[in-house]
Every structure is written in structure tokens, then in C-alpha cells.
Design a protein. Sequence first.
Length: 240
Amino acid sequence: MEAKDRILIALDTDDIGKIAHWAKTLGPHVGGFKIGLEALMAVGLKDALNAMRGYGPATENIFVDVKAHDIPETIRKAVRAIVKHPQVKFVNVHASAYEDGLRAAVEAKGQAKVLAVTVLTSFDEDDCREVYGAGVQMTVAKFVAWSRDTGIDGIVCSPKEAAWLSPQKSLRELLYVTPGVRPKWSAKDDQERVTTPAEAVKNGSTYLVIGRPILEAAKYGRTPVGAAREIAEEIAAAFR
């Protein structure tokens, strides 16, 4: 995998024109795109995928960030509807849907890969304790333990958790898809558990989900393409 192929651009917008624009502009410079809830609700999956189609291999490597959390049969049907589109390569389910919910997603995934969402990267320790009754590490460990034997393909977590999850023998084969990645030159925004791109890949991240540092690169005196290339270079240097 080339360094740029590890970058998934987060498309969180209600504007189909912007989806097409970013696919065309960044498609040659990244590995894929994440379609978030805002786009799914405002534009719809089918129209979003059609708007992106034809702008290179990255537009055939789509992560649908639906964060499914429901009864198992509803999750099964939702995942089946999502993965019928060949462009979709990843779909995620909240780990807190528990084992039956995760298995339902796996049963419906077709050729796509199912990712289990652990603790949102906007949560800090206090938030996690308030919602889940335990700190981040304990909560993530519990969710991963639930997920591990259900046939899921990967974990959505911060790069900080990837650092201690990915070396574990029973978890080495999983993909680690990590939001909460911020270059040193960008703002943290609403993310809490963050690392740089270099730190993320050193910690075991397989794919880095990055949105605002690239899409809003003008804030930092960069172009979006320039920012994507700079991040890819940082990733490549980390592997060297």
C-alpha cells in the first residue's frame, strides 16, 4: 500500500457539488473517501456515489460511516442495502450493538469489510466515564473483546488506542481505521484523542480518516492537494 492509499478523506457535507468537487480534486492523491451521516441524510448514498464515480481508484474505495446501532435484524438489512453498491468497501457498526448486532452486520457484508466503532474520538476520559461508566482504555478493550470473535474486519478507534491494540497477537489481523489524526500544523477542532499522521501509522493505524486539515487547508496556508501530499509524505517517512 502506498502512503497516500492510507488516507481516507472525510466528506461531511450536505452539498452534492462539493462531494463531486472533492472526489475530482483529491481522488488522485488519496486512498479513498468516507461518506458521513450529513451527506447520507442530505444527499443519499446512491447519489453521493454517483457524484464521485469516475474520478479514479479512490472513488471506488468508499467507507460508509453510518455507525449502525439497532436490533440485529435492522442492522443486517441496513448493511445489506449499503454494500449492494460495489464502490462501498467499508461500513461500520457501533460495537455497543453487542455481539449479535455485529454478527448480523458480518452476515450481510458481502465483499465489503465491517468495522466496529469503539469510543468516539471526540470523547475525553470524563465523557467516556459519564456515558459508559469506565475510562477510555477499559471501554475500548471491552468493545474490542466483544467484537473480536464476531468476524468483524477492523476497529474504528483513535490512534492512541491502536498503539496498544494492534500489537496483541489475537488482534494483529484487524484493520485499524483511525479518525482523530491531526498534522502538527492544524487545529485539533472537536477531536480529543489525537495524534499526528506519523504517530498514527507508527501506532498501527491502517487507514487514517482525515477531513478538515485537508479540506480546509487554506486556513493553514496550504492547498488541499498540497496538504494531502504533505500528509502522505509524512506517512511514508514514518515507515522509512
